[in-house]
Design a protein around this ligand. Structure first.
Ligand SMILES: [Zn+2]
Length: 84
């Protein structure tokens, strides 16, 4: 499958390619989320964002795409406003 490289957003990577995660030890920053067997679980982004419980890797990838779109919207630079 051809992933569009341009869709990458720095600092945002879907962990384990959309595999399912469940709450680990939320008190420990090291391992707040852990991989689980099977398909039901949450998607986890490198930035710490977590999806709802989804039933497929594809659904988690869809969530991550939408998540990146949101983040990208916030980092788009505004041109021309600081020319003196
Ligand atoms: Zn993220």
């Amino acid at each position: 499958m051809a992933d569009r490289q341009s869709a990458r957003v720095p600092g945002h990577g879907l962990q384990a390619e959309g595999k399912a995660f469940a709450p680990g030890n939320l008190a420990e920053e090291q391992a707040p989320w852990i991989r689980v067997r099977g398909h039901i679980g949450r998607g986890v982004c490198a930035c710490g964002a977590v999806s709802d419980v989804e039933w497929t890797d594809a659904a988690r990838k869809r969530w991550h795409r939408a998540h990146k779109d949101e983040e990208r919207r916030e980092v788009i630079p505004v041109e021309g406003s600081e020319d003196a």
